[in-house]
Design a protein around this ligand. Sequence first.
Ligand code: GTQ
Ligand code: FE2
Length: 343
Amino acid sequence: MKQERIPDSLDQLNRDMTGKSLEGHWSLGLEDLPPYPVTSVQPHLWRWEDVHESMIRAGEVVNLEQDAERRTIRLLNPGIPGGHGTTHTIHFSFQYVKHGEYARAHRHTAAAFRFVLHGRDAYTTVNGQKCVMEEGDLILTPQLTWHDHVNDSGAPIIWLDGLDIPLTQALHQLFFEPYHQEQQALKTTSDEVAGFYSHARPALEPPMQFFHYKWADTERSLERLRRNGAGRDPYDGYLLEFLNPVTGGPTMPTVQCAVQLLEPGHETLPHRHTSTVIYHVYRGSGTSIVGGQVFEWRQGDSFVVPLWNQHAHFNTSSDTDAILLSMSDAPVVKALDLYREAS
Ligand code: GTQ
Ligand code: FE2
């Protein structure tokens, strides 16, 4: 018997293909996209009081030996429901370690840094290198470096953690490994490594990698930039990027860290770019306009500038410098040839 041919339709084709894990070009809607990048990440500001209160409470109820690998409070972007990131690529969290505590040794594929906010003389050991903290120091734990934190300073310490966990996760490359001991043996110190660098011996093998940017050096460089009036960037004020001293490239392969100084009363020009930035107010107070929203910030606050959001910064004080610490995903965006800027 001859079978009757049922006329085909687009709906029927779509249904049949779905059953075979296939999809037609017409289902993607590529041509409906606007000619510029769009993100669900929202401009947002987190107040230091809120972060600090949660952290102090965590200091009482979170036990580092039983409850958590680390006592950190993470900033969550309201534009990523159910997500763990401050943005779609990078996050900030704040870590609190009391005197006598340590955070055990481990490593992971996510790159991380710490920027010291309150306290001193605790240390992070990175691949056997002891990095003793002072306020304003930036300490890197790049991809798969072993790290543990020890606070024997006599007082609590608080620092900022920056990580690229959402990006590493999106690439399905996120993994984690505990060290075979709670703390690493100390093989060298970051002071020793800095000594090697100052004698121009850049070809350092582990454990002589450079991980520790000291605030005293950062501050001196900022002052030098300020004295050289030409050093002022119209969009960022006096901007200092933390570069890898061996490659001259970004702080770490996936993230760029920077500090910028805005003099009293200084207002930057607005611009936008396809990288995403998280800022932390290290010193001073002011106002930033981000994607049309006005954020008034004070020391300790953090805020996000999502990609392609127009932004400008204004130091509203008439007598005090403002210093912003920032982390961005620019190295990744640039490596993929997707970096664009406009004003
Ligand atoms: O200090 O090793 O904020 O592994 C998140 C993950 C800090 C750390 C964080 C981490 C760490
Ligand atoms: Fe870690």
